[in-house]
Design a protein around this ligand. Structure first.
Ligand SMILES: *Cc1c(COP(=O)(O)O)cnc(C)c1O
Length: 334
């Protein structure tokens, strides 16, 4: 099977499984799982933050961060296409009593500064208290422009807002842009980093920030049901990923570019690729379902939609990309 649906589909390698099996564990709710503590410290150091906290999912890590920053009746400013707003079941509102204030993302993934400024509410009993600006990097496979991030965070801070980064794929952003993970995280008060995406671990995200913020997030993690016991087994996979699978993301990015170049040779397909591991392509509506079925018959899993997304990852090799592109070419040649 060639699975281009997402970078969440990677399976743990033998070496990763071996490091999990060898992990020293304890009860992390009691704070004494040494492998979890090691992961949290390692990620905090890589991100240039004081402390880290291990979560079972990025959704929970983002939510606990939002709840640590915002109280009931507070508000956070977020992109319409941001994962925390669009793809996390409305958790901030449902479980956090936090009002989202969405703003349309510009084509480069940014939130226009004048619109952020206009969305910040005055202190007045009529309004929710605007507490937080949340950005995402990468967003839709794009690295946010560094100059933009600095300006947006300066604006937020000047109006008394804290800032959170959904950095599910911040390692992809770092590898693609040549900036360090710490440099990309530096402007933000908190950052959530996923290990179950391109880094290849089966489970896990780490939230990083100040010691105070992480203490508050730890309480919300317990409330949200994310306190885990011998979770060093899982943290070991994330430590393995941090040590072995960051730099190799460059290979996924090259494969995505190769995939984009291949699809661009087909007249019926319109392709946009960004510098990371995602390729977006438009297919004529009438071809979507039959092409998806034809690919599936050849062992290629993708969602073919009018606006399709193909994601490269460590379980997709260059030869798999060639096979996929040939299959799409063969479909349109018929
Ligand atoms: C995957 C992802 C998350 C977290 O998702 P989980 O499946 O809950 O781990 C958060 N933000 C972005 C941008 C993501 O891609």
């Amino acid at each position: 099977m060639i699975d281009l649906r997402s970078d969440t589909v990677t399976r743990p390698s033998q070496a990763m499984l071996a490091s999990m099996a060898a992990a020293e564990v304890g009860d992390d709710v009691w704070g004494d799982d040494p492998t979890v503590l090691r992961l949290q410290a390692a990620v905090a150091e890589r991100a240039g933050k004081e402390a880290g906290l291990f979560f079972p999912s990025g959704t929970q890590s983002n939510l606990a961060a939002l709840m640590a920053h915002c109280g009931r009746g507070d508000e956070y400013i977020v992109g319409q296409s941001a994962h925390t707003y669009r793809n996390e079941g409305g958790g901030a509102a449902v479980l956090g009593s936090i009002q989202p204030q969405p703003i349309a993302n510009a084509a480069d993934g940014s939130l226009p500064l004048d619109e952020i400024a206009a969305a910040i509410k005055p202190i007045d009993d009529h309004f929710a208290r605007t507490r937080l600006l949340a950005l995402e990097n990468t967003i839709g496979g794009k690295v946010l422009p560094a100059g933009y991030v600095a300006e947006a965070v300066t604006l937020a801070n000047s109006r008394g807002l804290a800032t959170h980064l959904d950095g599910a794929r911040v390692c992809n952003a770092a590898v693609a842009s040549g900036q360090s993970i710490a440099a990309l995280c530096a402007p933000f008060d908190s950052v959530s980093i996923c290990f179950s995406k391109g880094l290849g671990a089966p489970v896990g995200s780490v939230l990083v920030g100040s010691a105070d913020l992480i203490e508050s997030a730890r309480r919300w993690r317990k409330v949200l049901g994310g306190g885990m016991r011998q979770s060093g087994l899982l943290a070991a996979a994330c430590l393995y990923a941090l040590e072995h699978n960051v730099d190799r993301l460059a290979e996924d990015h090259e494969n995505a570019e190769h995939l984009a170049r291949g699809l661009a040779e087909i007249d019926e397909v319109h392709v946009q690729s960004h510098a990371t591991n995602m390729v977006f392509a438009q297919f004529p509506q009438e071809h979507c379902a039959p092409l998806e079925a034809a690919l599936k018959e050849q062992g290629i899993l993708t969602q073919v939609l009018y606006g399709s997304r193909f994601v490269t990852h460590m379980d997709v090799k260059r030869a798999d990309i060639d096979m996929f592109v040939s299959a799409v070419k063969a479909y349109f040649a018929e």
